[in-house]
Design a protein around this ligand. Structure first.
Ligand SMILES: NC(=O)c1ccc[n+]([C@@H]2O[C@H](COP(=O)([O-])OP(=O)(O)OC[C@H]3O[C@@H](n4cnc5c(N)ncnc54)[C@H](O)[C@@H]3O)[C@@H](O)[C@H]2O)c1
Length: 323
């Protein structure tokens, strides 16, 4: 399907979504360079590709401009996934998203300009919509007023990418993801609940009131959607929501994880308040009809199906690892 892709650079390729993208790109015969500082990513996630002559790994930071420019030389497409993904941590420290999100993305664009790489795929997020008054929310919704520093940075990145597209002729695909779920999580609610329940299987402390509800997409569907849009959308700047219909409530997530772990009589203890943390958007629904209108079909089209499949995969892996 991605025949026209030959040489790609994946920033954040040793992370959760990045490593699945790398698996797919390698399986389709592309030449892949992963650029990752391993702050959250893990070598073991990309280990199957070491030794393959079409694969290279550069352990470096996006703030190291010289190394980034060198790694980018001769590439056809950059998939830029590297970013801070700990939205709770950065709610207390705005510097994190300014550096790891906005400045890092600016460095990627400058390196592309310097080396003549013409295509960029960027992983944005539904959090750019802030507390949207239209639901499900489509790509043309505005004004965009994020309520987290992570969201502000994603929106700033989108803006800078748009300017590079218009001033320097770069072509870009930007995806506003729902929440992604599947094997090899580096963070997220399933991992968090699993770790808490491993420590104490009698009680599960949950942030917020349990009524927060977000759209989920299974990680293979996410990778498929990104590549589908890249092949089928041809504007200079292509913007898509990438998710599923509906959403999953946090209290249902707690029940699913408890059931999958085979636990009984767990007290689910809600901290209370409508948000899990400052900057948490309570309810999100994404209009995903734009990408679907091009013919994209996720394997798990609803959030509940996607979440259940992804959570099962994660917990099966974790159980095996800790057995
Ligand atoms: N997981 C989700 O639910 C979700 C939702 C919306 C958007 N996104 C976006 O998708 C992308 C991938 O997310 P993920 O869940 O795979 O996160 P992740 O943390 O697993 O992956 C990010 C990777 O980037 C690397 N990295 C971070 N800062 C770096 C830097 N300065 N230089 C080099 N490498 C760096 C990390 O080591 C990690 O391997 C991110 O941009 C994230 O914001 C994810």
């Amino acid at each position: 399907m991605v025949k026209h892709i030959k040489k790609v650079l994946v920033t954040g390729g040793a992370g959760f979504i990045g490593s699945h993208l790398v698996d797919r790109l390698m399986a389709e015969g592309n030449d892949v360079v992963v650029y990752d500082n391993l702050s959250l990513g893990k070598k073991e996630f990309i280990a199957p590709h070491f030794g393959n002559p079409k694969f290279a790994f550069v352990e470096a930071d996006l703030l190291e401009v010289g190394k980034l420019t060198k790694a980018m030389k001769g590439r056809d497409v950059v998939f830029h996934l590297a970013a801070n993904s700990n939205i709770i941590k950065s709610s207390k420290n705005p510097d994190i998203d300014l550096e790891q999100g906005t400045a890092a993305t600016y460095n990627v664009l400058q390196a592309m300009r310097e080396t003549g790489v013409g295509k960029l795929v960027f992983t944005s997020s539904n959090v750019v919509y802030g507390e949207a008054t239209v639901s499900p929310t489509a790509e043309n919704y505005g004004p965009l007023l994020p309520i987290s520093f992570y969201g502000a940075s994603k929106l700033a990145c989108e803006a800078v990418i748009s300017a590079y597209v218009h001033n320097f002729g770069i072509q870009a695909w930007m995806y506003r993801f729902g929440n992604i779920v599947g094997k090899r999580p580096t963070h997220g609610v399933v991992l968090d609940f699993y770790e808490k329940l491993k420590k104490d299987p009698s009680v599960l402390p949950v942030l917020g009131d349990g009524k927060q509800s977000k759209p989920y997409i299974e990680v293979h569907d996410c990778v498929d959607g990104m590549l589908f849009g890249l092949v089928h959308a041809h504007e200079p700047l292509n913007l898509f929501n990438l998710g599923t219909t509906g959403g999953v409530f946090v209290r249902d997530i707690a029940d699913i994880v408890i059931a999958e772990m085979g636990l009984k009589n767990v007290e689910v203890r809600f901290a209370g308040g409508v948000r899990g943390w400052p900057g948490d958007v309570h309810t999100v629904r994404l209009d995903v009809s734009k990408l679907k209108s091009l013919g994209w079909k996720p394997k798990y089209p609803t959030s509940l199906e996607a979440f259940s499949a992804g959570a099962k995969d994660i917990l099966a892996d974790l159980k095996m690892k800790h057995s």
